[in-house]
Design a protein around this ligand. Structure first.
Ligand code: MG
Length: 202
């Protein structure tokens, strides 16, 4: 009952393009689908520590390989990417695998379902804490992919970047959830979170 629904398949009212204009992804039969080159989308709602639930599906038509197959991403606070990729019979580099903390931590197991099948991410997110511009505690994340633990209390190294390890840069405790347009026809449905409180003390 304390869940905040961000997407229930009916409309994109709670989502915007990264410039704040209405989200341009396709709404269809209870899900939304990336429209390549329209850009990533962000939730209008900003939130911090949470339990997050996201369902996604890679395109049924298998195209491309490695990072070119069913690529998208779930960015918590818009900064920290939980990789979305079709890694069913599709090897790629370890920390770019489905459900990797992109560029930092591979998942403990490849829990991918077949392309086109709905998959679930259940995430427990406790964000980093800063005092002025100093990091006092890194972000800590637990992720369950299709019912299997793929990260548990994993401490993030910093914000997500490509082919480098970026340090933390101070930011507010809340931010939008961002879904990535990586050019592939990835679908999303049933997105909600529950705010978590009480994690301010180490
Ligand atoms: Mg991605």
């Amino acid at each position: 009952s304390d869940a905040v629904v961000l997407f229930d398949g009916r409309d994109l009212a709670k989502w915007a393009a990264m410039d704040g204009s209405p989200a341009k992804w396709k709404l269809e039969g209870g899900y939304m689908e990336v429209v390549p080159k329209t850009g990533s989308i962000q939730s209008r709602e900003h939130f911090g520590d949470c339990q997050l639930h996201v369902e996604w599906a890679a395109p049924t038509e298998v195209k491309g390989e490695s990072q070119g197959r069913g690529n998208s991403g779930v960015f918590v606070l818009g900064l920290y990417e939980l990789q979305v990729l079709d890694c069913y019979n599709n090897p790629t580099y370890a920390d770019g695998t489905t459900a990797a903390i992109y560029g930092q931590f591979p998942p403990l197991v490849n829990a991918c379902r077949k392309p086109g099948e709905w998959q679930t991410y259940d995430v427990v997110w406790v964000g980093p804490r800063f005092e002025a511009d100093k990091l006092v505690r890194p972000a800590c994340v637990t992720v369950i992919h299709n019912g299997l633990v793929v990260h548990h209390c994993t401490e993030l190294i910093g914000r997500t970047t490509h082919r480098q390890l970026a340090p933390y840069a101070p930011h507010p405790p809340t931010g939008p959830l961002v879904l990535q347009d990586h050019g592939d026809l990835v679908r999303y449905r049933n997105i909600w979170y529950r705010p978590l409180t009480g994690y301010d003390e180490a």
